[in-house]
Design a protein around this ligand. Structure first.
Ligand SMILES: Nc1ncnc2c1ncn2[C@@H]1O[C@H](COP(=O)(O)OP(=O)(O)OP(=O)(O)O)[C@@H](O)[C@H]1O
Ligand SMILES: [Mg+2]
Length: 273
């Protein structure tokens, strides 16, 4: 697997303004406390509820470089820590993204951590208890994480099955925050700010989401996300007919089942017609 597959995303810490993030509780304070106390943080929550945006925002607020690794079932410990590479007949060590952050400081954010293999997550253990070290067997190094190193991981418990959960010995090394969809007034502010629709339309879209979320609880793998509401609102702000916007940004992404779609469409018609 090559390095670009790791989807390492970097945010300049001299970015002119913080990415917009609307707090829904005391999560910003908790994140700051976790950082100050050098404790790793686990964020759980459904798709599209703001986990990634929150981490980006907090990295900017704390002036820390952010490195994101999208975890998958092929992700090996070497993909995180590093490996020897042979170039022009010479073998040289190449740091993985985790090692780079441990050397330089910043936030290492492992997204969808439950996808990573168990033997991969085990490399996090000495880094996430009070030792704060990253042993690199291949080079014989023991890196001590600097004060400005923080590990953040996230996953979506909705996708979890018996095979895809964190070992208790991994989970119990993290502070944990549960994310959910924001309360309606907050979600309407997010939808309006992220899309440019007026406050009234944002409130209607959020009210629609509330009805879709209760109606479709049993039939859908995941409820309508804040992300999809923002998409819907952007299309409407751009002049698209609201029913059509809901069709392509809500109904079709939520389900392939014709019966479920028909039920969702009914609610859309009643709310947006
Ligand atoms: N609290 C919030 N403040 C600002 N924008 C938000 C907030 N919550 C959600 N959003 C909007 O929802 C979109 C999706 O959020 P984000 O990408 O952070 O979700 P996520 O929880 O990381 O989802 P996934 O699990 O699928 O990666 C954001 O791009 C943003 O437009
Ligand atoms: Mg995300």
């Amino acid at each position: 697997m090559n390095r670009s597959d790791l989807a390492a995303v970097r945010c300049a810490d001299d970015a002119p303004a913080f990415d917009y993030y609307e707090p829904t509780g005391n999560e910003c304070e908790i994140f700051e406390q976790a950082y100050r106390h050098k404790l790793p943080l686990l964020i759980k929550g459904p798709t599209g509820c703001g986990k990634t945006r929150f981490v980006i925002h907090m990295a900017q607020r704390l002036g820390l470089e952010l490195t994101t690794v999208a975890c998958h079932d092929d992700l090996s410990a070497a993909d995180l820590v590093g490996r020897h590479l042979i170039t022009a007949g010479e073998t040289r060590w190449s740091d993985g993204p985790l090692t780079r952050v441990v050397r330089n400081g910043g936030i290492c954010y492992l997204d969808e951590i439950v996808e990573a293999r168990k033997d991969t997550t085990v490399v996090l253990h000495p880094l996430t208890d009070d030792r704060r070290i990253l042993p690199i067997d291949r080079t014989g190094e023991q890196l001590l994480a600097p004060d400005n190193f923080m590990l953040v991981v996230s996953y979506n418990p909705g996708y979890q099955n018996a095979l895809k959960s964190l070992k208790p010995s991994t989970r119990q090394r993290f502070l944990a925050l549960q994310f959910n969809f924001p309360p309606p007034a907050v979600e309407a502010r997010i939808v309006a700010t992220e899309s440019g629709v007026g406050a009234n339309m944002a409130e209607r879209i959020v009210a629609l989401a509330g009805r879709l979320r209760t109606l479709a609880q049993q039939d859908l793998e995941e409820a309508a996300s804040t992300r999809l509401l923002v998409y819907t609102a952007r299309l409407i702000a751009g002049g698209m007919n609201p029913q059509l916007a809901c069709e392509v940004a809500l109904i079709e992404p939520l389900s392939d089942d014709a019966m479920v779609q028909a039920a969702l469409r009914e609610v859309v018609r009643a709310q947006m017609g």
